[in-house]
Write a protein that binds this ligand. Structure first.
Ligand SMILES: NC(=O)c1ccc[n+]([C@@H]2O[C@H](COP(=O)([O-])OP(=O)(O)OC[C@H]3O[C@@H](n4cnc5c(N)ncnc54)[C@H](OP(=O)(O)O)[C@@H]3O)[C@@H](O)[C@H]2O)c1
Length: 292
């Protein structure tokens, strides 16, 4: 697992049970359950990371590393290209040359879609609106072309309870604000079938078990906007929904353009692996039960 501290990597570790013996890397030392091997290594230069991977003799290498801050990518274009595009390509080349039996699992994003033609199937034209999307789309296209055995999971925006050392996601922000009794505005003109982190992990495990390759959309069960999502969070956690008011995206000017509706068509992953994301209400009830 490259990026053990990521939202995805850290949860994968605690969710895969005994199915896989997981080891991985991150840039800073991290407290991990006993028995998990973690190498502290940067991507550049990649030699120490690559030799640690070789020593581990993995069946799969999952790359969760990315610069996902869309505005940061807009301002730091070369760095974003290096991490989001050049690194996965160099990793794929290393695996092909040095550990050919090992499968690469890479992660794409809904930001490769333009947001005007939802619902998106995997074969839709990639037309990213911002540099983050451009770097990720270039990686997807090059991997599909040059490394057809690679598996590319393409998740939409995810939510879940994050760790202190991770980036906040939409659920964290809403929960924190409502618990503090703080009024918030949420946009009602950005749509998607938001994905619960545990459903992403289930999808990845299902694809890995199926020996899948190529690209697979991964998203949640319901299309909704952020305001509607906020109301579901408030309802599930018994918090005051009146603190949330709707607004449109112009209320939050940002450097990078964002796609308006990247709702994904899930036929491919559902038909091939039986993937069934949970309804948001059910997820909230589970999370609220754990949190209370
Ligand atoms: N989260 C979402 O909603 C979402 C939606 C669609 C697609 N995705 C994709 O899913 C994958 C996993 O996302 P995530 O949210 O789980 O990741 P995340 O929590 O944002 O973690 C990103 C990882 O990348 C590492 N990283 C960032 N910049 C780096 C750099 N310059 N050099 C080396 N490592 C660097 C981070 O290490 P440090 O902590 O040390 O910086 C961290 O391990 C990514 O490919 C992302 O594009 C995520």
């Amino acid at each position: 697992m490259i990026g053990l501290n990521s939202f995805t990597g850290y949860r994968f570790l605690s969710s895969c049970g005994s199915e896989y013996h997981v080891g991985g890397s991150c840039r800073k030392p991290l407290d991990l359950p006993g028995g998990v091997e973690c190498v502290v290594a940067d991507l550049e230069p990649p030699q120490s990371l690559f030799s640690a991977i070789k020593n581990f003799e993995p069946d799969f290498v999952i790359n969760t590393v990315a610069i996902g801050n869309v505005d940061y990518c807009e301002q730091n274009r070369a760095e974003a290209l290096a991490v989001n595009y050049e690194f996965p390509l160099s990793l794929a080349g290393f695996l092909r040359d040095e550990i050919p039996a090992c499968r690469l699992v890479h992660m794409s994003t809904n930001a490769v879609y333009d947001g005007d033609h939802a619902p998106y199937r995997e074969d839709a034209k990639l037309a990213p609106l911002n540099h983050y999307g451009v770097t990720k789309a270039r990686a997807d296209e090059a991997l599909l072309r040059e490394f057809p055995d690679a598996l590319i999971a393409r998740p939409i925006t995810m939510y879940g309870i994050s760790e202190d050392f991770q980036r906040a996601n939409p659920l964290d922000f809403i929960l924190k604000s409502l618990r503090q009794g703080k009024a918030i505005r949420l946009v009602d003109d950005v749509y998607g079938n938001l994905l619960f982190l545990d459903d992403l992990i289930a999808a990845m495990l299902g694809l890995m078990r199926a020996g899948a390759s190529g690209v697979y959309n991964v998203a949640g069960a319901e299309r909704l906007n952020r305001y509607e999502f906020g109301l579901k969070v408030a309802e599930g956690f018994g918090l005051d929904a009146k603190l949330i008011s709707p607004c449109d995206s112009s209320a939050f000017p940002s450097l990078a353009r964002r796609p308006a509706d990247t709702t994904m068509d899930l036929s491919k992953i559902s038909n091939e692996t039986g993937f069934r994301p949970r309804p948001i209400r059910e997820v909230m009830q589970t999370l609220a039960g754990v949190a209370n």
